[in-house]
Ligand binder design. Structure first.
Ligand code: SF4
Length: 216
């Protein structure tokens, strides 16, 4: 099964979560956007609440592009990350947003449950356009029986990282640093993003070399 398009207007997106500045969803500081809805059902998916297409909230591409612009100025982000959920399921809006932010010099990273070959074989021009606007693609379904143990930001070892432009290198040392988990308290709500693995470092856990109990 390849990427499918859902009936959402080109200038609107159905989103599950937005984090204006994170270092836990790809290289550098990024504006991360979780899409609501995914046609796949990977056992062990870490965002099951983002799978139904009727959840989340609707947002204009224009409004999100404005938030990205603001984050570029105030938070120094270098790009956006589209994940979810499945970004290619809302390819029209996703590609429009990607095109707009790229025109301002930002990079675009996409996490998709479909493989690069499946995306390239799509008959949907918007899906192909999204791919054309993507600098970094992490592809393939999450396989919980094959957890990734080396590469940062990657869920399972079958998933590949494709540098589709020369903006990033997949042999950069950033891919081998420890995963991180970020916690934010906003409006009385605790928001979590990043990598919920025991190997992750973050607010409650320091990097291995910094833990006294494990130092020699
Ligand atoms: S593709 Fe991603 S969001 Fe969709 S079910 Fe698989 S892990 Fe979950």
């Amino acid at each position: 099964m390849g990427p499918q398009r859902v009936s959402i207007e080109t200038t609107r997106l159905r989103l599950a979560q937005v984090v204006p500045c994170t270092e836990a969803e790809g290289p550098g500081r990024r504006f991360a956007i979780w899409f609501q809805g995914c046609p796949l059902r990977c056992p062990g998916c870490c965002n099951p609440e983002m799978l139904p297409f009727e959840g989340g909230w609707e947002a204009e591409v224009d409004a999100i592009a404005g938030q990205v612009e603001q984050a570029t100025t105030s938070l120094g982000i270098e790009g956006i990350t589209l994940l979810g959920g499945e970004p290619t399921a809302q390819a029209a809006g996703a590609s429009e947003l990607a095109r707009r932010v790229r025109a301002t010099g930002l990079s675009v990273m996409v996490f998709s449950g479909f493989t690069l070959e499946e995306i390239r074989a799509s008959a949907d021009p918007a899906t192909l356009d999204l791919l054309a606007q993507t600098d970094l693609l992490v592809d393939g379904p999450y396989l919980r029986e094959r957890p990734e143990s080396h590469r940062r930001w990657i869920g399972s070892s079958n998933q590949r990282v494709h540098a589709l432009t020369d903006r990033y290198r997949i042999d950069d040392t950033c891919w081998s640093r420890p995963n991180t988990l970020e916690l934010r308290l906003a409006g009385g709500e605790l928001r979590v993003n990043g990598f919920p693995a025991t190997s992750a470092v973050g607010i409650w856990r320091r990097p291995r070399e910094a833990r006294p109990a494990e130092s020699s």
